[in-house]
Structure formats: structure tokens, C-alpha cells
Design a protein around this ligand. Structure first.
Ligand SMILES: *[C@@H]1O[C@H](CO)[C@@H](O)[C@H](O)[C@H]1NC(C)=O
Ligand SMILES: *[C@@H]1O[C@H](CO)[C@@H](O)[C@H](O)[C@H]1NC(C)=O
Ligand SMILES: *[C@@H]1O[C@H](CO)[C@@H](O)[C@H](O)[C@H]1NC(C)=O
Length: 542
């Protein structure tokens, strides 16, 4: 009976890609996957959100707005299973300016009004900063949210610039010995918190001092220190150039004394490549930038390491068109490679950022008052990559394609309410087969997708060509993944010279074929609506 219960629970946990913090941890790696050995080695996909506690107050943001438990529940409610919780080195190393400070004292020191913290988190306000930080981790634990502790910088404050003294080993505030000591203390301190599943050694290495030799020297040292203090946690290593560059690992492998715990991380924003997003055709930009990401970091998946896209995000108002294009492109990449990831960011606002109190965060998942979701459309898009597509315990069916529309987070499915079968945008539950001959068919039957003309819904029917009762039955279309982004699913129909591409119709629901847009050249043209990514998956649906 007991056993039977366990296996049902195991199956449920694997299907949901979720982990109940109480039983399943710690995590390890198996090739490029993060897995849970205690539950049969099934994959755990990290679908995280960043929650900063590294700014001047050194208090997890938002505690002046809502009780910590409500914030933890909101994180879970948005579907995230994990938080990348940031901390500055000076928090555990007891820097003189922070030693003995309570939350109240820290606010007073910065002339911040602590009335909100008093009101919403009275149990935390008189705790020393490190204990308040622990209380946040405990609240996340109670709400089944995993935590990755991220050493964000040394001296508390906004991050990151090349010249802020926190960029690389040897910079003004970045003493390697103190850093190792800070990592050691945090690893030891959180050994008793089962939900702390990983530690990222240092955020966004950068600046004039950065070099590969010191990267190996100190990152290996930091990794060994963390592992010695807590052998359970994943050890997460970032690259050079603001965490965008790890290509040097293709020539010289990491040398650490332990295995099955190393994960690499990557940050990716529109401003990582602002010139390309601003000046190039969006397909060309997406194609070349994605290629660069694969070359500099993505290759590590093929070397058998998990890859954690630990920061990406946009201005959620939708008003920054470079951000918008970037995000569809990056979302498609994250889906295609089935990455672990962490959205930047949770916070709707900061206590204090760059000298401004109550500063709003346009990238925040929550509104400025922390009470609601900032942009539900964006949340829906992010939710499309929260569940794993592949990996141990996930792959229970023969591989098939799901066709993701990154702009909406919906997938190509079948609308059976119309007369005959037509394509529609809907839940990511339809299994497709994309044949070597270019046909697009249902994985579990022999029905093919056929374009019938510009502006018309693509039809689903007989693959053979001489369809039963219909005199006009056309041969099944041959589809090509066109443009430099390979995200235009294109074909031709008789009597029309133009290339037609899958597109979401004006009703926002039907999937139609329209003349392909912005295939190259024009930088102003916006192809996002016609971007679809065929993602290989084997997960159970329905
Ligand atoms: C602090 O904020 C509260 C409202 O949250 C307000 O009533 C109070 O006057 C403020 N105190 C100061 C000193 O500004
Ligand atoms: C790896 O590190 C160990 C311990 O520092 C050292 O003995 C060994 O020679 C190193 N291996 C390589 C290939 O550098
Ligand atoms: C949410 O984002 C979309 C673009 O993705 C934008 O059109 C919309 O206005 C945004 N909504 C809000 C409330 O900011």
C-alpha cells in the first residue's frame, strides 16, 4: 500500500516536473539534465524567478508590501518551482557596516520608511539581516519552492557595471579569499534547508581584470569550497563578459574533485546585443544571436552539462520593441534546448535602487505594489516553458513535435469546432510529426496540414492528395522552416507566387497562412507573429 502510494506520487512528481521540497531533494546532474536521485533519477526542470536581496538594505525585496508567506505563495501560484535568491558577500562575512544590523536598523541607516515591513512582516523586522534572509528561505521551503543562493556581488548595491569594484577577482570589493569564505559560510548555514538545491558562485564576472586563467583558478576554488561545506547542492558557474562567455571551456575543461553537481549559467538580454536588435532584420538578428549563444555557451549541453539561463527578461509594458523581438527569440531558444531558467525578475519595485526609494521594476513579474501580476500575457508566455519537454522520466512517449508560438505562449493545435478540421492556437497538447519530406502531420494518425490560401485557416485532412468526398482536395503541403531564424513555417499553394507562412489569424485563435513577412533585410519589419518553433518533446499530454 505504502509502496503503491509512493509510485503514484513519483509519477505525479515526474509528470509535473515538480518537487515536493520535503522529500525529493537533493538534486544531481545526469548528463545535461538536473535529476532527483531519490525519485528514480527523474528530471527536475528549474523554472525559477530571481528575487533580489543584494541591494543596499540587504533585505529580500517586497517585505514592505506583503507578508513573506504571501509572496512565496504568489511565486508558486505563477507556476515557478524555484527562486534564484541573491545575496552580497558582505552579508555572511560580517562586514563592519552590516554587523549586527537588523532589518529595522538597515532601513533606518538608509533613511527608508520601515512602516510597511513592520505592518506586513512584524516577525522579521527586528531580526539580524542574515536571519531575516534565512526566514525568507524557510518561507519558500514551507511553500515547496526550491532556492538557488546566488552570490550577486560583494558590496550591497545595484549591479552591475564594469567599474563598480565588484566585477572580477581582485577588484576593489572583490577579495577572492573573502569571497570563498562567504561561499563556505552560506553553504554551511543552509545545509539544513532542504529546499536550497544550488549555489551560484558569482554573478556576471566582468571588467578590465577578467581573464581565463583566474576564472579557472578561483571558480574551481569556490566550487570546491561550496562542495566541501555542503556536498548536496548543485554548484553553478557563470562565465565572463556579464555571464555570456564560456567558450574557453571547449579547449580547457573544468577540473574539480567531484562530479554530478556542476551546472553552467548564462545571462541573456536584448541589451546583450543591442546594436543587432536595433539595426538588423529581426530574423537575421535572432538567427545570428542564437548561433552566438550556442557557440559561446550552448555547446556545454553537448558536453554533458546542464545549462541554466539564470537571467533573462524584458520591459513588460511591451513598449520596447527590441525587448519584444529578443524575448520571442530567447523564449524559442529556451524551449528548443529545454533549458533550466530563471526570469528576471520577481520584484515589482525596490526599497531603494540607485538612490531612488520605491523604484518600480518594469521587468518585474509583479506590479509595483506586489499585489498582482504585472502582465498576464507575458506570464502565459513564460508558463509555456515551465514544464520539461524532454529528459529522464519526462520522455514517456515516442518523440514528437510541439509547435510553439512564442509571442502568445500557445501552440498549434486542432480546432474541431469548425466544419472540417482547421488549425488553431491553443494548449500545447497536440502531437505533430514533421516528416523528412516536409509534410506536417498528426503524430497519432495520418492527417496532414495543408495550406489553402492567403488569409485562410490551414486545413487538416487526408495526406494522400485525392481526398475522399472533396473534389478540390489538394496534396498535403510541404513545409519549410524559412528565414535566418528558421521560425517561419512556410509553404506555397497553386496559383499564388508568394510564399505563405503560418500566422495567428485576426481572431487571435485560428492559425492561418499569410504571405511571409520580413524574411530578410528590413530592420523595421516585425515578423514575431509568424514565429513558430517546432520543439522536440516526448512528454505525455492530456
Ligand atoms: C511611513 O509610511 C507610512 C505609510 O506606509 C506613513 O503613514 C508614514 O507617515 C511614513 N513615515 C514617514 C516618517 O515618512
Ligand atoms: C586537476 O586538479 C588536481 C588537483 O588540483 C591536479 O592534481 C590535477 O593535475 C589537475 N588535472 C588537470 C588535468 O589539470
Ligand atoms: C503586456 O505585454 C504586451 C506585449 O507582450 C503588451 O501589448 C501589453 O500592453 C502589456 N500589458 C500591460 C498591462 O502592460
Amino acid at each position: 500500500m505504502e509502496r503503491r502510494w509512493m509510485s503514484v506520487w513519483l509519477l505525479a512528481a515526474i509528470l509535473l516536473g515538480a518537487v515536493a521540497v520535503g522529500g525529493g531533494l537533493p538534486l544531481s546532474t545526469s548528463g545535461r539534465w538536473v535529476v532527483d536521485d531519490s525519485r528514480g533519477g527523474g528530471r527536475v526542470k528549474l523554472a525559477c524567478v530571481n528575487w533580489p536581496a543584494h541591494l543596499e538594505p540587504v533585505v529580500a525585496e517586497g517585505l514592505s508590501r506583503r507578508p513573506v508567506d504571501e509572496i512565496a505563495k504568489a511565486i508558486r501560484g505563477m507556476g515557478f518551482n524555484c527562486v534564484r535568491l541573491t545575496w552580497p558577500t558582505f552579508l555572511p562575512t560580517g562586514d563592519a557596516s552590516l554587523a549586527g544590523l537588523t532589518v529595522r536598523g538597515s532601513f533606518r541607516r538608509l533613511r527608508l520608511n520601515s512602516t510597511g515591513v513592520q505592518r506586513h512582516n512584524p516577525k522579521l523586522i527586528d531580526l539580524p539581516l542574515l536571519q531575516a534572509f534565512q526566514a525568507v528561505v524557510s518561507s519558500l521551503e514551507e511553500n515547496d519552492v526550491m532556492v538557488i543562493l546566488d552570490n550577486h556581488l560583494s558590496r550591497p548595491g545595484w549591479c552591475c557595471s564594469r567599474t563598480d569594484g565588484n566585477g572580477f577577482f581582485g577588484d576593489t570589493y572583490f577579495d577572492p579569499g573573502l569571497w570563498v569564505e562567504g561561499l563556505r559560510r552560506m553553504a554551511a548555514l543552509f545545509r539544513s534547508h532542504r529546499n536550497v538545491v544550488g549555489m551560484s558562485l558569482r554573478n556576471e564576472l566582468r571588467g578590465a581584470r577578467q581573464n581565463v586563467d583566474d576564472w579557472f583558478r578561483y571558480m574551481q576554488m569556490g566550487a570546491e569550497a561550496v562542495h566541501a561545506a555542503n556536498a548536496d547542492v548543485l554548484v553553478i558557474l557563470s562565465g565572463l563578459n556579464f555571464d555570456s562567455e564560456l567558450s574557453f571551456l571547449s579547449r580547457r575543461p573544468l577540473n574539480v574533485s567531484f562530479s554530478r553537481k556542476i551546472v553552467f549559467e548564462l545571462h541573456w538580454y536584448s541589451f546583450t546585443n543591442s546594436a543587432a536588435w536595433a539595426g538588423e532584420n529581426a530574423n537575421d538578428a535572432c538567427g545570428s544571436i542564437s548561433g552566438g549563444v550556442s557557440h559561446r555557451v550552448g555547446f556545454l549541453l553537448d558536453r554533458g552539462f546542464p545549462l541554466f539561463l539564470s537571467e533573462f527578461g524584458i520591459d513588460q509594458s511591451g513598449r520596447n520593441w527590441r525587448d519584444n523581438r529578443f524575448f520571442s527569440c530567447a523564449l524559442a531558444y529556451a524551449a528548443d534546448h529545454d533549458l533550466e531558467w530563471a526570469m528576471w525578475a520577481l520584484q515589482g519595485s525596490y526599497y531603494l535602487r540607485q538612490g531612488v526609494a520605491d523604484s518600480e521594476e518594469a521587468y518585474g513579474m509583479l506590479s509595483a505594489d506586489w499585489r498582482s501580476v504585472r502582465n498576464r500575457t507575458l506570464l502565459g508566455r513564460i508558463q509555456s516553458i515551465q514544464q520539461p519537454f524532454r529528459g529522464p522520466g519526462v520522455a514517456t512517449l515516442p518523440p514528437y513535435k510541439t509547435i510553439l508560438h512564442p509571442l502568445t505562449g500557445r501552440c498549434v493545435t486542432i480546432d474541431s469546432s469548425s466544419r472540417g478540421l482547421a488549425l488553431a492556437a491553443g494548449p500545447c497538447a497536440q502531437r505533430w510529426r514533421y516528416g523528412d519530406d516536409g509534410t506536417l502531420s498528426l503524430a497519432n494518425s495520418s492527417a496532414c496540414v495543408t495550406a489553402v490560401g492567403a488569409g485562410k485557416p490551414a486545413r487538416v485532412g487526408n495526406c494522400g492528395g485525392s481526398g475522399g468526398g472533396s473534389s478540390a482536395a489538394a496534396a498535403a503541403s510541404r513545409w519549410v522552416l524559412a528565414s535566418a531564424s528558421h521560425m517561419h513555417v512556410s509553404t506555397r499553394v497553386n496559383g499564388d507566387d508568394r510564399m505563405l507562412c503560418l500566422d495567428v489569424g485576426p481572431d487571435g485563435r485560428s492559425v492561418v497562412t499569410n504571405p511571409c513577412r520580413c524574411m530578410g533585410g528590413d530592420a523595421r519589419c516585425d515578423p514575431e507573429g509568424q514565429w513558430f518553433r517546432m520543439v522536440t518533446t516526448a512528454r505525455r499530454v492530456g
